[in-house]
Design a protein around this ligand. Structure first.
Ligand SMILES: Nc1ncnc2c1ncn2[C@@H]1O[C@H](COP(=O)(O)OP(=O)(O)OP(=O)(O)O)[C@@H](O)[C@H]1O
Length: 328
């Protein structure tokens, strides 16, 4: 296990990170997910030893200070060096003998599927190929902890999916611990089964993706994850009053904002529950078998994802809440 022990970072008068505590399992992929400017790169730079924290430590299981090797968003290959020279640069610095260096380069290039690119320069490579070279350059050093800063953000959708699968395969093959940061939640969910949410330099929640979506800890997490309606209302005891919903709620905090996710909460046509009327204003196909429905409920517009063809536009239906809603 790796431990981020109370890591804080301040630059000038700006407090960027506030006492970050995290435990990261070895041989796993751990995602740090947060909006732009939340401190993700700052944190990763500390884990890589590129930057020193104002306070706190990054420790391994034995309590020793740890640092990982970083793969950057823009790959940072040396432009004047061939793929071979880029990949073997670290071994050269370590004065590894030439036959071992060649053998390790051959092995890692085969693993990464880039053997035929050996003599090319970075500007002769596609984004995906550059990323493979950047990964090879890190993995050839036999380090166990790999840090990745927004690794897939510049790739197109198809290549991104391919690289996600490839990185998963690499993780298993080399039993790596990968910590990667992203602002793109689907990427975090697809790659990792444990995700930490970083907002304004603070870890707000650490959970499995499904838990995050169904049980965000606070309004900041819920708003960042998106895909939900947020409806103002007022609370007295456990009764909530708002245009869309009035009644019992699960209260997490007392600000009085109803959290109504687009999926899983509003259900159609079950008359055994207390129901309310909604007028379908619009529906948009979302891919797969889903439509995003715009509903008017008591003069308030809300969105809801339903199976395709469940409702028609300009008609009124009965809805109900499938579970007690959360109010933040
Ligand atoms: N040297 C610095 N001095 C002052 N403020 C800084 C410094 N470096 C970063 N910051 C600020 O710290 C905050 C976090 O920056 P950081 O780059 O870590 O965020 P991020 O989550 O990686 O953002 P992005 O996803 O946009 O890359 C930002 O508001 C940034 O302006």
């Amino acid at each position: 296990m790796y431990h981020l022990d109370n890591i804080s970072q301040q630059k000038g008068n700006t407090h960027i990170l506030h006492g970050i505590n995290l435990t990261i399992d070895e041989n796993s992929i751990f995602a740090i997910l947060g909006p732009s400017g939340s401190g993700k790169t700052t944190l990763l730079n500390i884990l890589a030893g590129i930057d020193r924290p104002t306070d706190g430590k990054f420790l391994n299981e034995d309590g020793q200070v740890e640092k990982g090797i970083m793969v950057f968003q823009d790959y940072r290959l040396f432009p004047h060096m061939t793929v071979f020279k880029n990949i073997t640069f670290g071994l050269k610095v370590k004065k590894t003998n030439s036959s071992e260096l060649k053998q390790r380069a051959k092995d890692i290039m085969e693993t990464m599927g880039i053997s035929e690119l050996i003599d090319r320069y970075p500007d002769e490579l596609s984004g995906g190929q550059q990323q493979r070279v950047a990964l090879a350059r890190a993995l050839i050093l036999n380090l166990k902890l790999l840090l990745m800063d927004e690794p897939f953000s510049s790739l197109d959708e198809a290549l991104r999916i391919e690289m996600l699968d490839f990185v998963k395969e690499l993780q298993r093959k080399f039993q790596l611990t990968i910590v990667f940061v992203t602002h793109y939640k689907t990427e975090a969910y697809m790659l990792s089964n444990k995700v930490a949410i970083l907002i304004d330099g603070q870890i707000m929640q650490v959970d499995a993706p499904k838990q995050l979506e169904s049980n965000p800890q606070n309004l900041a997490v819920a708003r960042f994850l998106g895909q939900a309606n947020f409806i103002e209302g007022s609370l007295s005891n456990n009764d909530f009053v708002s245009p869309v919903y009035s009644g019992k709620v699960r209260t997490v905090t007392e600000k009085g904002v109803l959290y109504l996710p687009f999926s899983g909460q509003l259900q159609l046509n079950k008359t055994e529950y207390p129901a309310f009327k909604g007028n379908i204003l619009e529906k948009k196909w979302m891919g797969s078998n889903l439509e995003r429905i715009t509903i008017e409920i008591d003069q308030k517009t809300v969105y809801c994802d339903l199976a395709s063809e469940s409702v028609d536009e300009n008609k009124t239906y009965q809805f109900y809440f499938s579970k007690l809603p959360v109010v933040f």
